[in-house]
Ligand binder design. Structure first.
Ligand code: ATP
Length: 134
């Protein structure tokens, strides 16, 4: 079994889609190891997105992820990292396949509702960052 860090970004909370999105992960068979509503500051955003901090798209991304409450979760299951990314869909909601969370529910490259760790190594780093007591 494997664990992965999932964020329900502020657009998911604002739009009232947390339940809809969580249902998809639960229906797939993933289990919840941690789940918490958080409001993060710029330092936490920078730590989470360390690999993107120097990118052109990062300042507005930081604005967005600190713009309101988000829900952070650790989901668990067989190949959870890859399974969550498949359910999330491609980064850009306009291009993501129908049937995925982003493909069905997002029309934006930035406000794309969810984050999922991109590898088991990223998952370990991100879980330690978000849930140090887990
Ligand atoms: P995530 O890491 O959030 O699961 P991802 O792995 O599909 O998404 P990354 O390339 O890691 O995408 O980018 C992280 C986040 O940065 C994206 O989810 C999106 O919110 C934002 N982002 C990425 N590229 C762009 C871009 N060109 N313009 C605006 N925002 C972007």
């Amino acid at each position: 079994t494997q664990r992965t860090l999932v964020l329900f970004k502020p657009d998911a909370v604002r739009r009232g889609l947390v339940g809809e999105i969580l249902s998809r992960f639960e229906a797939k068979g993933l289990s919840i190891a941690a789940l918490e509503l958080r409001q993060i500051d710029a330092a936490q955003a920078d730590a989470h997105y360390a690999e993107h901090v120097e990118r052109d798209f990062y300042p507005p991304l930081r604005e967005f992820v600190t713009s309101g409450a988000l829900v952070a979760a650790v989901l668990e299951g067989d190949e959870a990292v890859e399974v969550v990314r498949a359910i999330n869909g491609a980064t850009d909601g306009r291009k993501a396949a129908p049937g995925t969370i982003r493909g069905d529910l997002s029309l934006s490259n930035r406000e794309n509702l969810v984050h999922g760790s991109d590898s088991p190594e990223s998952a370990s780093r991100e879980i330690a960052l978000w849930f140090p007591n887990l």
